[in-house]
Structures are given as structure tokens and as C-alpha cells.
Ligand binder design. Structure first.
Ligand code: AMP
Length: 363
């Protein structure tokens, strides 16, 4: 079977009972507010849940239906897909859905209507494509070095794949780069094949803001709904040590996200915040038609020249949206109380059903 295209999904949609849509997702990542928000907007909800991982969903009671699977990746199995379609399901993708289902299966085999743009998920996952989206949109990103021999100031070194920042390191010379590569290999965090794929970029000494946008394809409008900063292990524990002890212990910090803090940004920076969101939406329209649709996130660092520099994006519900399940200061400004990202998604689907425009937002 080739790639699933929009026509295949619209064909399925003809069989759907649009008055009885169920909103579903994989039980992980941001599923609590996706399903809670769907209920708030009056939808029936379903969760595809790995056996042994059902507790939070039961305790918070977010799902009307449980589809229990042995492992998360079973969400793409034929029987599960069949069940989802029989419940008139629209799936909301999130980071774990993409990681467990796998991009190939989502693009080629997952024949269930999804909210968003199925084709853009690969663009956020592959660093070169992600960079293209940002550079074509003229968004300020960290300077990239093409070879370790060019390192002339502090750089951040990253490796491909969703490894939660494990193995990332900071270096300020070619020698230090080589030493740290060896140390990471000894620890088993890197293999030789990773080293050739090292991505070396300018270290931005600044504060982290992950900005949660919603692009409404129905209204052609970019909304800012919330912001967070990451709480990362071991770096955030490491910096609680007095500086002299940090120098004494030879720990190499890692950047594994363990949680998030809600944040607000200095008000005068909001012009840049909207500007980079608008720019990304425009470049996505050109590069991955029809472009972004629904939640996306720009992970940024703000330096002391007050430049907002974007080092990463998500083109679907991002983990940091969990910081505003009951609304954020920004979603309050736009919608009043209680607007989570999940609820905003459900609101868009509800509007599309009412106006008979589901074909615009599904893929
Ligand atoms: P990532 O896996 O790309 O989200 O990066 C993990 C963490 O590394 C981020 O949350 C930032 O704290 C930090 N980071 C990433 N890129 C840079 C950079 N260019 N300069 C400084 N810190 C960075």
C-alpha cells in the first residue's frame, strides 16, 4: 500500500456518523487534557491504552472507552484501526503517538482520520527538514557548524532521534568535543555511527520558553495559548550544586525532560512570539501542503539581546501543553477560563462539524 492521502480519509469520512464522533488518542504524553478537553466540548472519548498504564486515565476518568493493547505500537494493528473507525473516531496525534506508532506506519498504514497534517510529522522529526521549515520562514535559529574543527566558541552538540537529550553535551573547542565524544561512548550513550551524525550548533546562553501555538485552518489565525519551560534531568539537579562542587564532580549533564513549569514571557517580546509563529505557518504552507493545522510548539531560547531564537519545533500537541490543562494566562486572554490545548482542538473539530468543513482539518 502507498502513502495514505487525503482522498482515502475523505472516503472513510463519508461512512462516519458526524453527529456521533469520538475523539481518541494513545494513553500517554498529553492525552489527559486532549480527552478532558474533548469531553468539555461534548464529545465521546476513547483511549488506546497499554496494559498496565491505565491508572491515570481511570483515576482522572477522561475516557468513555478503553481499547487495551499489549504495547503502544499496536495502535496501528488492523483490529484496533477497525474498532476506531467503527466508533467514528478522530485521532489526535501527540509526541508518544508519533514515537510508538512510527512515522512510516502513520504515513502508510494508519487508515483512521487524524486531526492535523499527517505529512508534517516527518518534518519535525528529521533535523534537516525541521531546519528547512525554520530557515525558509526566516526564523532566527542557532548558528550551525558543519565540522567539529570549526568550533570557536561554546557549542551544543546533539544527536539524531528522540533520546530525550541523552548524550547531548556542551563544548568550546575541538579538543573538548573529541574528549566528550569519547566519554559518552564509554558511558554507552553514543556509538560510532552517531558521531558522524553529530549536530553542532551555537550554544545560546539564554532562558528557555516553549511556546504553544494553535493554528486554526478554519479561521486562518495563529493563536498563542500557553508557554512552558522544561525541567530536565540531570542538568536542573546539577545546577543546584554549589559551583565549586560542580567543578569537582565530573558529571556530564544530560537533558532528559522529566516535567515542565508554566511560564510567561516579557510582554514586549510577544510581538516576536507572534511573528515567528506566523512565519512558521507561512513556510509550512509552502513546504508541506496544506501546512500546519492545530497545535504546534516552538522551543526557544531568549538571549540578553532579547532575541527569541528557535532551536526545535513540534508540529503537534507538545508535552509542555500539560502545564495549562485548566487554561494559561494567554488562553485566558483569548478564551476566558478553562481553555486547554486539548479543548481548543475539540472546539475546532466541533466548529468544523457544525459548518460542514471537517475535510479542511482532517488528514
Ligand atoms: P532538545 O532535545 O533539542 O529539546 O534540547 C534539550 C535542551 O537543551 C533544551 O531544553 C535546552 O535547555 C538545551 N538546548 C538545546 N539547544 C540549545 C542551544 N543551541 N543552546 C543552548 N541550549 C540548548
Amino acid at each position: 500500500m502507498g502513502k495514505i492521502n487525503k482522498e482515502d480519509i475523505l472516503e472513510l469520512l463519508k461512512e462516519y456518523d458526524k453527529e456521533n464522533i469520538t475523539i481518541a488518542t494513545l494513553g500517554s504524553h498529553t492525552s489527559l487534557h486532549i480527552l478532558n478537553g474533548a469531553k468539555e466540548e461534548g464529545f465521546r472519548t476513547a483511549i488506546v491504552c497499554e496494559k498496565g498504564r491505565e491508572i491515570p486515565y481511570q483515576r482522572f476518568d477522561v475516557a468513555d472507552e478503553y481499547i487495551m493493547v499489549d504495547k503502544f505500537s499496536d495502535i496501528v494493528n488492523d483490529d484496533v484501526q477497525e474498532k476506531l473507525r467503527s466508533m467514528n473516531v478522530i485521532v489526535i496525534p501527540h509526541g508518544s503517538f508519533v514515537a510508538y506508532a512510527g512515522l512510516d506506519r502513520i504515513e502508510d498504514d494508519f487508515l483512521v482520520p487524524m486531526f492535523g497534517n499527517r505529512d508534517i510529522l516527518r518534518w519535525e522529526a528529521e533535523r534537516d527538514l525541521e531546519r528547512k521549515l525554520l530557515t525558509e520562514g526566516n526564523v532566527r535559529i542557532p548558528y550551525k557548524y558543519s565540522d567539529p574543527s570549526e568550533i570557536d566558541r561554546a557549542v551544543m552538540v546533539k544527536f539524531p532521534g528522540a533520546r530525550g537529550g541523552r548524550g547531548y553535551f556542551v563544548a568550546s573547542s575541538t579538543e573538548e568535543f573529541n574528549q566528550k565524544i569519547e566519554a559518552m561512548k564509554e558511558r554507552g550513550w553514543l556509538e560510532d555511527k552517531d558521531v558522524a551524525n553529530a549536530h553542532i550548533e551555537e550554544y545560546v546562553a539564554g532562558c528557555n520558553y516553549c511556546i504553544h501555538y494553535f493554528y486554526s485552518a478554519l479561521n486562518d489565525e495563529v493563536e498563542v495559548l500557553g508557554m512552558d519551560t522544561r525541567y530536565e534531568s540531570s542538568i536542573d539537579g546539577f545546577v543546584r550544586m554549589p559551583a565549586k562542587d560542580q567543578l569537582d564532580v565530573s558529571l556530564s549533564p544530560s537533558y532528559v525532560v522529566t516535567g515542565n513549569h508554566p511560564a510567561v514571557i516579557r510582554e514586549s517580546l510577544l510581538t516576536q512570539v507572534f511573528d515567528i509563529g506566523d512565519k512558521l505557518v507561512e513556510s509550512a504552507k509552502e513546504l508541506v501542503k496544506p501546512g500546519l493545522n492545530g497545535p504546534f510548539c516552538m522551543q526557544t531560547l531568549v538571549n540578553d539581546d532579547l532575541e527569541v531564537i528557535c532551536f526545535e519545533i513540534s508540529a503537534r500537541s507538545d508535552g509542555g501543553t500539560n502545564t495549562f490543562m485548566g487554561g494559561s494566562p494567554y488562553s485566558y486572554l483569548k478564551y476566558g477560563e478553562g481553555m486547554s490545548m486539548g479543548r481548543r482542538v475539540a472546539r475546532e473539530i466541533k466548529t468544523a462539524i457544525k459548518d460542514d468543513k471537517l475535510e479542511i482539518i482532517l488528514t
